[in-house]
Design a protein around this ligand. Sequence first.
Ligand code: SF4
Length: 225
Amino acid sequence: MQDPAVARRLLELALDHGPSLEKLSAGEIIEWGAEHLGTNLAVTMSMQDTVLAELAARHAPDADLIFLDTGYHFPETIEVADAVDKRYPNRLLRIQPVAGAVPELYKTDMTACCAQRKVEPLARMKLPYEGWVTGLKRVDAPTRKNTPVLEIDKTGRIKLNPLAAWTDDDVDRFIEDNDLIIHPLTKAGFPSIGCAPCTNRVAPGADPRSGRWAGADKTECGLHT
Ligand code: SF4
């Protein structure tokens, strides 16, 4: 964060409101973000589901929706992004990898590949904003079990995790109740969806995230660490 006065204001907001936000619904948390950050709030989406797009449409109508287009998504993921663009018009921004990103770097160095196609683009994306919303859930992985609803990220920005307390069943129920866009691969053995080269089908009953970077010593892409 460049401006120390803004960073101080965001830190004060987090200290004053963080604990009470834990008790609010996901919609109320996003609404809080819109109220305090206005158009300086971005809502990030992986397109695995579209819960955040729906919540943002209701509770943060001026916030941008952000999709990191790594260049290696499944065609179905791009179709979901296109459908989001249609259902929630003029809100979706697609962020591209760094200029000169090395092709197929995932074959030799996944960390460097994620850095070029996810981590740097996210950092670039965040520059105009004071806060961002993620779809992190505590049930996603042991590394996420202590995810707070509100935190200050490494850049001093507010990071809101309105779905932190949601279970996978909560997500499924919200999708069904609201007739949301469904990523077809989530019904075809891919409960956790990332880039195509790094996402495998998961056997019934197995850890939903075990299909991500299968066989590699890697569980996070670096966006949230
Ligand atoms: Fe590259 Fe795989 Fe990371 Fe996507 S998930 S950016 S293909 S290493």
